[in-house]
Design a binder for this molecule. Structure first.
Ligand code: ADP
Ligand code: ADP
Ligand code: ZN
Length: 221
């Protein structure tokens, strides 16, 4: 690592199930930077039955994106908090060109910029398998997989003992729509960040520890 104190802004890019949340969490723990996951913030709001959560639910249930204005305001508010001053690992945001533009403008106004954008590349077959077997902790949002990363005790979180559940939008029909939405609305960000000179690709079809090692090496290079 360099000795400069330039804040590190990392945007995890990849299809649903590519491993963004898994990698973002490991990176956040290793680098001591907060993980900001738009999906987690929406689910937290839904759990608390806030107006934002109830609005988001209408879109999440179909695998559609929550409207840009709502999403941008929510994430910008989160990024303005003091714990983000040294940098942040963004997971699930931005997901549209309008969101990417809004983020760039806000960073630019603060004399900042996106540092690196890892793209996790995973085949569609593997994505569908991963989402079908994904289980999430109700209390701490830790991610498990029935086959690839099972908890020590069935149905219980290793970290906090919380109950593991299958997300409502991880059913095969909604997953198909989420993949469609990804290719149509989010994949254009690959070109956007490539043009900004910050994109790099990782083979996300490898075991998660291997992906993490390559990700860390690239970010610390
Ligand atoms: P995954 O990690 O499987 O890709 P997320 O947890 O990131 O899923 O997102 C779940 C859902 O939350 C999305 O399908 C969408 O409805 C909503 N969502 C999350 N992030 C955004 C965003 N940046 N813009 C719009 N909708 C979002
Ligand atoms: P995303 O946030 O991109 O939707 P997740 O990090 O939630 O993806 O991962 C989706 C599922 O795949 C989870 O059940 C997770 O445990 C599992 N998973 C993540 N990375 C890998 C990997 N490299 N190999 C196998 N399974 C993985
Ligand atoms: Zn937990």
């Amino acid at each position: 690592m360099t000795a400069t104190s330039t804040p590190l802004y990392v945007v995890m890019l990849g299809a649903p199930g590519a491993g963004k949340g898994t990698q973002a969490r490991m990176l956040s723990e290793t680098l001591g930077l907060p993980q900001v996951s738009s999906g987690d913030i929406f689910r937290e709001n839904l759990k608390n039955q806030t107006p934002l959560g109830l609005l988001a639910k209408q879109y999440m249930d179909n695998g559609a994106l929550v409207p840009d204005d709502v999403t941008i305001n929510m994430v910008m508010e989160r990024l303005s908090r003091s714990d983000c001053a040294a940098g942040v690992i963004l997971d699930g945001f931005p997901r549209t060109l309008a969101q990417a533009d809004a983020l760039d403008k806000a960073l630019k106004a603060a004399n900042l910029a996106i540092s690196r954008v890892p793209l996790l590349e995973v085949s569609d077959d593997a994505l569908i398998n991963r989402l079908a077997g994904r289980r999430v902790c109700r209390d701490c949002q830790a991610m498990y997989h029935l086959e690839f990363n099972p908890p020590a005790v069935e149905g219980k979180c290793d970290k906090c003992g919380g109950e593991l559940y299958l997300r409502a939008d991880d059913n095969p029909d909604t997953v198909r729509n989420r993949l469609f939405v990804y290719y149509k609305q989010t994949a254009p960000l690959i070109g956007y960040y490539y043009a900004h000179g910050v994109l790099f690709s990782l083979n996300g079809d490898q075991p998660m520890e291997q992906v993490q090692a390559e990700l860390l090496a690239a970010i610390q290079a």
